[in-house]
Write a protein that binds this ligand. Structure first.
Ligand code: LIP
Length: 288
């Protein structure tokens, strides 16, 4: 197999390789993504080093922001995918949805935790997932500031910097931290209700502004679960695959009757906490 190797991601201006080229096989999408996310991380760090010069703008509200870095990193990722997998679809946070014709869909967040990125904080990452016929097949999350690279291939387990990771087998809601995503896409009362139900159960929430990173922490056994009342596919598809491949449980996303492009609620955690997590969400009035 003519696989991509580290640093061999084709530059956007290189001629596209036909997927039906008899001389070479189609590159492995997971290996390609691992190379690509490292290149994207370098570009993001270039922008991170010059935040004062970065143009930013608000999207839906003052907490929902985008910068030239988000767009440039997504463009690098899109160009590389177009060059090697021209028939694949792409769903990214900052550019328009391209459905594709190959059955493969790349789901990309160029900078997840944008608010943290713009504040000069470390809790931001790049998230790339490849879905085949609606199922996540490959996922990788890179935190460029630390160099931590989380990766999972469907049926192949989950890793952190190449070493296997597993969701916690012993965590309990009343003794561990639960990842909690909060945003203005859902009513404030529902955020307050979940935090109240969690604390009434003896639990405590942890929010760092990056849903993708918090999902990776669940897969690595650091958090006892993750909940957010609404999250977008580009924030969570790679992370949910990581959690499942690390032996965790994930509620179906985006949920019944929803399109991937709409997003939806996310709830996941170690397999032994499925019942407790669902009970918590019901107690908060988020599910009946
Ligand atoms: C973020 C998500 C997080 C959510 C934030 C924000 P972004 O994504 O990862 O889960 O709570 O409001 O949407 O906008 O930084 O890419």
């Amino acid at each position: 197999m003519d696989k991509c190797r580290a640093g061999s991601v084709r530059a956007p201006n290189q001629p596209a390789r036909s997927e039906t080229d008899s001389m070479t096989e189609t590159p492995d999408r997971h290996d390609f993504a691992l190379d690509l996310i490292v290149s994207a991380g370098r570009l993001a760090m270039d922008y991170f080093a010059r935040l004062a010069t970065l143009e930013t703008e608000s999207k839906k509200d003052g907490q929902d922001v985008v910068s030239a870095a988000d767009r440039a990193v997504e463009d690098l990722i899109r160009d590389a995918i177009h060059a090697v997998f021209p028939s694949d679809g792409i769903l990214g946070e900052e550019r328009s949805h391209e459905p594709g014709t190959s059955g493969w869909l790349w789901v990309v967040d160029p900078i997840d935790g944008t608010s943290c990125f713009l504040a000069g904080l470390r809790d931001w990452c790049i998230s790339i997932a490849a879905m085949k016929d609606g199922e996540a097949d490959s996922g990788c999350i890179l935190q460029p500031v630390t160099g931590d690279l989380y990766a999972a291939r469907r049926g192949g387990g989950a890793t952190l910097n190449g070493a296997p990771i597993l969701a916690s087998a012993t965590a309990r809601i009343e003794t561990n931290l639960l990842g909690f995503g909060a945003n203005f896409r859902i009513p404030r009362q529902s955020v307050i209700a979940f935090a109240d139900a969690l604390m009434a159960s003896g639990g405590m929430f942890y929010r760092n502004g990056s849903g993708a990173l918090m999902l990776a922490y669940v897969a690595a056994g650091r958090l006892c679960g993750y909940y957010e009342g609404h999250i977008n596919a580009w924030d969570c598809m790679a992370g949910l695959l990581l959690v499942r491949e690390a032996g965790g449980w994930t509620m179906p996303f985006p949920g019944p009757g929803r399109e991937l492009t709409e997003g939806g609620p996310v709830l996941c955690g170690p397999a032994h906490l499925e019942h407790d997590l669902l009970a918590l969400a019901v107690r908060a009035g988020h599910w009946t």
